[in-house]
Unconditional design. Sequence first.
Length: 327
Amino acid sequence: MPAWAQVQPSQDHDTSYYESFPKDIIGRVFVSKKATSVQLQNPDNASRFSYEPNTPATMGAGITYHAVTLNLAVGFPAHAEKGKTHFLDLQTHFYGRKWTIDLLGQFYKGYYLNPRGLGAKDVNSYYIRPDLHVTVIGGAAYHLFNWDRFSYRAAIFQDERQKKSAGSFLLGGETYYGIIKADSSLVPPSLSGQYSQRGVRSLRFFKIGPGAGYAHTFVIESDFFITASLQANLSVDFVHQAGGGTGSSGNRVSLTPGYIYRVVAGYGKGVYNINLSAVGNSMNLKANTSDDKFYINTATYRLTFSRRFTPGPWLRNKLKPVDDLLP
């Protein structure tokens, strides 16, 4: 005997592992902190010192619909004792089914030395470098092999929900161009005897190379989750150094490691989600004539509360042009 039934829409992933809500709107409020720091280390001295920007924490709100996310935030007052930092920090993180792409455009001026008292004449003050510039432009792209069972978006944007634990290997590459520049030596005069990078005023670099990694989401009793990923890369670096104590100005080509990490822990129940996330990127640079190291570390920390909304008939009709553009 014949029988008829509705045709179910085809799925592009295994719905027993995660479900998607492409036609829902995700609204969120968040508090975040992001910064790009510079660290120095040499082989004979295991300790590092770190230049930090005086960037404020921010509070904001945002929405996600389909693949489009818009977040707007305002900053809290910064600490005056740490000097002034002027910055433009542009970051785009694209999390698709099969690819994750990170793009950076960071321009910072004005840093202080952490911890308090290090390099300063007064142990109760910060050593301030208003002349220190840091610029980083570039990006990374990685392919997810187990994309039909693992979702980055479930943890980051909450427009999907990971139902069972799963992970994926990643393979891709990264490329960056950057500048670290100051009017005088990056090493404070009071520390010049401890670091062989004394006299180095600037580094200009270009990095390119392959990378691989792994990401995994642990689902705990269906509502709690922890997502962690690490992408390690080995890049070919072309570095031009200006100034130097043990070495002189010049160029160097070397191989250096780096990594990108993401950690998200949260709780999701029904249409609500709350999570704490950290996303960071570490770049390693070598000075001109030795293995003295410079590090550029980019990090974003965020506490997010979100809710998923299903549009009604009127709003659904208004959103139809977006649905047609982004099926």
